[in-house]
Design a protein around this ligand. Structure first.
Ligand code: ZN
Ligand code: ZN
Length: 195
């Protein structure tokens, strides 16, 4: 756990929009009133996420229920997956959605019939890729300072206050010293060795 005990405050979005690099896939995420922006901001260093993102870690934001994530656009009604959307299953429990045109990784999601080990509760959530959030919401590009603050909502989405998983895969001298990944005096969240 991070040693910084000061409470973290930040503007919270009611919703954000995002999309893939080529714009064939557009989405909107609506946040419930009681959404926990700290616990929902996580990272993953598993090899699957590294291969898919091409990056050393996956910055993800968890939204529950998964229906709060919806596709938007002119060519398809809300909620219908766009034609460019491709699903890849790297494991038995989850699907990874990406754009078949440009390759952008969009979300990781437990399969529809997945249940939590032990409780048997339905795993109805989705982790979207924070990096595909539109610049307006991510860092305030073109923001009006009213609906969207000038600095955007990036800290709400990617504060690292949730779980940092697969830290056993950390890279010495690189990701094992990163505050973004929960280390150091400003590191937040809980570091786990596996998922
Ligand atoms: Zn695309
Ligand atoms: Zn992962």
């Amino acid at each position: 756990m991070g040693s910084n005990t000061e409470p973290l405050t930040f503007p919270k979005p009611k919703f954000i929009t995002g999309g893939c690099l080529c714009n064939a896939i557009r989405y909107r995420v609506d946040f419930p009133e009681d959404h926990d922006f700290l616990k929902s901001s996580s990272t993953c260093q598993c090899t699957q996420c590294r291969k898919q993102t091409g990056s050393l870690f996956f910055s993800c934001h968890k939204i529950s229920p998964a229906s709060n994530f919806q596709f938007i656009g002119d060519d398809f009604s809300s909620g219908t997956p766009p034609a460019a959307l491709k699903i890849y299953q790297a494991s038995k429990q989850a699907e990874r959605a990406f754009c078949g045109n440009c390759g952008s990784f969009i979300y990781w999601k437990p399969l529809a019939d997945s249940t939590e080990p032990g409780s048997g509760n339905k795993m109805d959530y989705l982790c979207f890729t924070v990096g595909t959030t539109d610049p307006l919401y991510l860092f305030g590009e073109g923001a009006d300072g009213i609906e969207v603050p000038n600095e955007g909502f990036g800290l709400a989405l990617a504060n690292g206050g949730g779980y940092h998983v697969w830290c056993r895969n950390e890279i010495k001298g690189v990701t094992d010293e990163s505050e973004l990944l929960g280390k150091g005096t400003k590191g937040r969240g809980i570091r786990l060795q596996e998922e």
